[in-house]
Design a binder for this molecule. Structure first.
Ligand code: ADP
Ligand code: MG
Length: 344
């Protein structure tokens, strides 16, 4: 801690700056003045999103590493840009640092940020550095660009559209449950446990997939990223578009790790798929006639996309068609909500 005191606010900012290697051609002025200055192309929208993370609420320093925390803090913002069909360009960070945090922690945190910035060509163009009385506080704002005719919002879903999801949601929530309890109590192989923990601590924002969709001729009608849980985020689409949805239990993607670990530990697989949060997968709808086109396009992609259901005209109603043929209504509050408790 002595080191941090010696550096002071401005020494610390210089040190943060020295970790950041990516320089954006869009940026005229970055860290070091009162404002960052940048310009964007004609024919594009600038899209902006911000997310706050508070120690004990969003992360536990005992369960992650500073590098992974830096990566994830930015990854969740990148995911919001991907959900609109855009490409991230610049980021800003406000950080509240408690006395107890070491300089080593902050160096590693910025190394994590730098790494993901370099991977996705994002320049961290400024921020604010303050002391926090107790907990670490991180707020990241991200700016991206999207071609005006490629913007994907939540509100465009129409009855008859197919619903798709990338990847295999559910692993992150299981990873968190595993991390937060005694690991030895869990049955199953270390390899699978590590995999679901990784899904939680190091989610991959689906930029590649979003760009594939943006470039495709298939008519994507709406998109959202899954931060709170598949069903809860599907409700967001349904509410924005005043439609309903039917999900097909049999079609839901179930990762082998999730299948195995829920089975040997007596947990409900489908609950994790439907309600587990923090997957940062993309949930999107498209014109039913284009469903095959998208499936073909993703056939050889690293990340699968799966058709999981259909949009209906029953406004605000989301149901699950079970494997036994029965129809079960799904609740909006399945999944994570800050002012309620967590399921599963
Ligand atoms: P001001 O007092 O004008 O707000 P600051 O002293 O807070 O300026 O910040 C100086 C410069 O350093 C600004 O360009 C700001 O964006 C940048 N900056 C401050 N904190 C951070 C940080 N944690 N990471 C990256 N850049 C930062
Ligand atoms: Mg300031």
């Amino acid at each position: 801690m002595a080191d941090l005191k010696k550096l002071g606010e401005f020494g610390l900012i210089d040190r943060f700056h020295s970790h950041l290697k990516y320089r954006s051609p869009k940026l005229k002025l970055g860290i070091g003045d009162d404002c960052a200055v940048y310009s964007s192309k004609a024919g594009t929208y600038e899209i902006v999103s911000t997310d706050a993370l508070i120690e004990t609420v969003h992360f536990d320093l005992k369960l992650t590493t500073p590098r992974l925390l830096g990566r994830k803090a930015l990854a969740v913002n990148i995911s919001d840009i991907a959900a609109m069909g855009g490409v991230p360009r610049l980021a800003f960070i406000a950080i509240g640092i408690p006395n107890s945090l070491s300089l080593k922690f902050l160096d590693d945190f910025y190394k994590g940020i730098n790494r993901i910035c370099v991977e996705h060509k994002i320049e961290l163009a400024g921020g604010d550095t303050v002391a926090s009385p107790k907990h670490l506080f991180i707020n990241i704002t991200i700016i991206g660009e999207v071609a005006k005719n490629k913007l994907m919002t939540r509100s465009g879903a129409r009855p008859g559209d197919s619903i798709f999801v990338t990847g295999t949601p559910g692993e992150s929530a299981l990873g968190l449950k595993l991390l937060a309890s005694k690991r030895k109590k869990w049955k199953g192989s270390e390899r699978l446990k590590k995999q679901v923990i990784r899904s939680h601590l190091d989610p991959v924002p689906r930029l590649t997939e979003s760009q594939l969709l943006a470039k495709s001729k298939a008519r994507v009608t709406s998109m959202i990223d899954i931060s709170d849980g598949l069903v809860q985020d599907l409700f967001h689409i349904c509410e924005a578009a005043k439609v309903g949805a039917v999900l097909n239990e049999e079609w839901l993607p179930k990762s082998p790790a999730l299948r195995r670990l829920t089975s040997v530990n007596n947990l409900n697989l489908i609950d994790f798929v439907l309600a587990g949060g923090e997957d940062y997968e993309l949930l999107f709808t498209l014109k039913n006639e284009d469903a095959r086109k998208i499936s073909r396009q993703f056939e050889h992609a690293k990340t699968p996309v799966t058709r999981i259901g259909e949009i209906t005209s029953q406004s605000g109603k989301v149901v699950l068609q079970k494997e036994n043929g029965k129809i079960e209504p799904l609740q909006k509050n399945m999944g994570f909500n800050h002012f309620r408790s967590r399921t599963p």
